[in-house]
Design a protein around this ligand. Structure first.
Ligand SMILES: Cc1cc2nc3c(=O)[nH]c(=O)nc-3n(C[C@H](O)[C@H](O)[C@H](O)COP(=O)(O)OP(=O)(O)OC[C@H]3O[C@@H](n4cnc5c(N)ncnc54)[C@H](O)[C@@H]3O)c2cc1C
Length: 266
């Protein structure tokens, strides 16, 4: 996704695809495709309500429920699919346009998304001095924090506290916050969510107190166990670091355990 913020790199249909035709091979009386958003969940009656994109609502009953609603980027940034493909693309086009017109672009947040984004902008614009690109991050080396963001006409003023505690301001025409993700769990009752808004998932992927509701992250190894009501496997999170990300169109970096991954491998 980070490269998609540079206009002309990808066409819209390389970014989003229509899912419904992919499911047309299955009999309609066995697999029902609803385009919409789960808006409420009532575990007492084993049902949830879907607000349909075409209008109206539909109540769906379940025996077992698998929740895979993922997360959204903070500050409405289009790094994940939003309420619909159209809304995501509109938001992406708006950002591309702002970047195209800006003299200075600020990326805040040194996670994988922010670092990839800064690399893409650096490659496209800063390397040829077409635009100034400023990357603000606050890990062990830099410890620079964005403390306040305001707009004044076409400019965004970003107040920053440096590692020495000194305050300063950066003026930009485009500000790109890449400050993490929030879980898409607003439809679930408050009793199912923890203080950070995440569902109270147990190591068996079930929600505490609701053995027929499961939370899926990337993939589920024992899906057939879930559907047949068998004994669930216990999951444990790996503490091993394993990631890779691009720094521009020609270089990448990563880590596997204690080993650095070289550009060519990523
Ligand atoms: C910039 C970026 C780059 C990444 N690059 C990589 C990579 O190279 N490799 C990799 O493995 N991972 C990558 N990731 C991580 C990857 O995107 C996530 O791990 C993955 O998207 C998780 O998938 P998911 O299906 O659980 O959730 P999501 O992708 O968040 O999907 C959840 C879906 O549920 C929908 N939804 C939300 N609320 C509701 C609701 N109430 N009702 C119905 N539907 C709802 C959302 O619209 C969305 O379509 C990247 C992430 C980002 C942000």
């Amino acid at each position: 996704m980070p490269r998609a913020i540079i206009s002309g790199q990808f066409s819209d249909n390389q970014i989003v695809a229509d899912l419904e035709p992919q499911f047309s091979q299955y009999p309609a009386n066995k697999l029902e495709f609803l385009l919409g958003a789960a808006s409420s969940l009532d575990a007492n009656s084993n049902s949830f309500t879907v607000t349909l994109n075409k209008g109206g609502q539909k109540v769906v009953k379940y025996n077992r429920l698998i929740i895979a609603t993922g997360s959204s980027a903070k500050d409405g940034m289009p790094w994940k699919l939003g309420a619909s493909a159209g809304i995501t693309l509109d938001s992406l086009h708006e950002l591309q346009d702002k970047i195209r017109k800006a003299q200075t672009v600020v990326v805040a947040g040194g996670g994988l998304t922010g670092a990839e984004m800064a690399g893409e902008l650096g490659f496209e614009y800063a390397s040829q001095s077409k635009k100034e690109v400023i990357f603000i991050y606050n890990d062990m080396i830099s410890k620079t924090h964005v403390t306040d963001v305001t707009t004044e006409g076409a400019n965004t003023i970003i107040k920053v506290r440096g590692s020495d505690g000194e305050m300063s301001s950066v003026l930009a025409q485009t500000y790109i916050p890449s400050l993490g993700l929030s879980p898409n769990t607003a439809f679930a009752p408050a009793s199912m969510r923890n203080a950070n808004g995440y569902l109270k998932q147990m190591t068996t992927l079930q929600i505490e107190g609701h053995p027929n509701i499961f939370v899926a992250t990337h993939f589920i190894k024992n899906l057939s166990t879930i559907l047949s009501g068998g004994q669930m496997l216990e999951y444990s999170a790996s503490s091993r670091k394993f990631y890779g990300f691009t720094l521009d169109r020609s270089r990448a970096i990563g880590q596997m355990g204690n080993c650095k991954l070289f550009s060519l491998l990523v």
